[in-house]
Design a protein around this ligand. Structure first.
Ligand code: NAD
Length: 257
């Protein structure tokens, strides 16, 4: 049977750890060639050791225009095309209410979580037009429902959702689909760091299990499976969609015992 992503070239930001690495593994398993861009050299090396040398790593900062330009050029020089851009890299720090957030923290959250999407689109769009490819953004459920002590992060993800829909409208004429994937909690280095910063870190694991009505906080594989579908031909008529992969965390009025 033909692999779902055979002959596809995927430019994936934040592919060196956490959700991004799980996506990278599943994309590679499905037959894609990858360029993973991240700002951490050690985890990039480990990721390529796992994925195999036919894939490429690019060290750079997604909020830096030149870095993203160079990363996209590397993909085009090596593979001559890009079929999928998955904008996954993001940061969640600091976890604070709005009034405690200083200008530098605000700017950094917006730069990393949004400018990366601006730059990959700026430099990758021409190739996506030729391949009639797609863009997938990693959002977060909190972009829709908000989160205590995390106002600016939630605002950046609300903006990711709005960008996703607007980009879908703008690029449909080129047959480019644009969607987002929206997790609630996922066990990754980012979530562990957030957990440690909470008032009662020892209670966080149970809290994170409880918020998902399916009963547990997942690992990144559940997100990666959904991402493979969203960037594949199977999702060829889906665009402008924010797909929750959240174990139902957003549903209903919940009783707390
Ligand atoms: N973990 C969760 O519970 C959760 C929930 C909802 C949404 N998300 C979103 O999923 C995405 C991935 O999160 P994660 O938990 O895997 O994070 P993580 O911290 O475990 O991994 C983040 C990855 O992004 C890269 N990265 C961060 N800043 C970068 C920058 N400026 N330039 C280049 N690369 C950069 C890191 O090197 C790393 O590869 C993020 O967009 C995050 O907001 C995570």
């Amino acid at each position: 049977m033909m692999q779902q992503l055979a002959n596809k070239v995927i430019f994936l930001t934040g592919g060196s750890m956490g959700i991004g690495l799980e996506c990278a593994k599943k994309y590679a398993e499905a037959g894609a060639k990858l360029v993973i861009m991240a700002n951490d050299k050690a985890s990039l090396e480990t990721a390529i050791a796992i994925l195999g040398k036919e894939h490429s790593a690019f060290f750079g900062d997604i909020s830096n225009e030149l870095d993203v330009k160079n990363g996209i050029e590397l993909a085009l020089n090596k593979y001559q095309k890009i079929d999928v851009i998955h904008n996954n890299a993001g940061i969640a720090n600091p976890a604070k209410p709005l009034h405690e957030t200083n200008d530098a923290e605000w700017q950094n959250l917006f730069d990393v979580n949004l400018k990366g999407i601006l730059y990959t689109t700026r430099f990758g769009l021409e190739s996506l037009k030729q391949t009639q490819g797609c863009i997938l953004n990693t959002s977060s459920l909190v972009g829709e429902i908000g989160q205590e002590n995390h106002a600016v992060y939630a605002a950046t993800k609300g903006a990711v959702n709005a960008l996703t829909k607007s980009m879908a409208l703008d690029y449909a004429k080129y047959k480019i689909r644009v969607n987002a994937i929206s997790p609630a909690g996922v066990w990754t280095p980012m979530l562990r760091q957030w957990g440690k910063a909470q008032e009662n870190p020892e209670k966080i694991e149970k809290y994170l299990d409880d918020i998902h009505i399916l009963g547990h906080c997942p690992e990144g594989d559940v997100i990666a499976d959904a991402c493979v579908f969203m960037v594949s031909e199977k999702a060829r008529f889906i665009t402008g969609h924010i797909l929750p992969v959240s174990g139902g965390a957003e549903l209903g009025y919940r009783r707390t015992d």
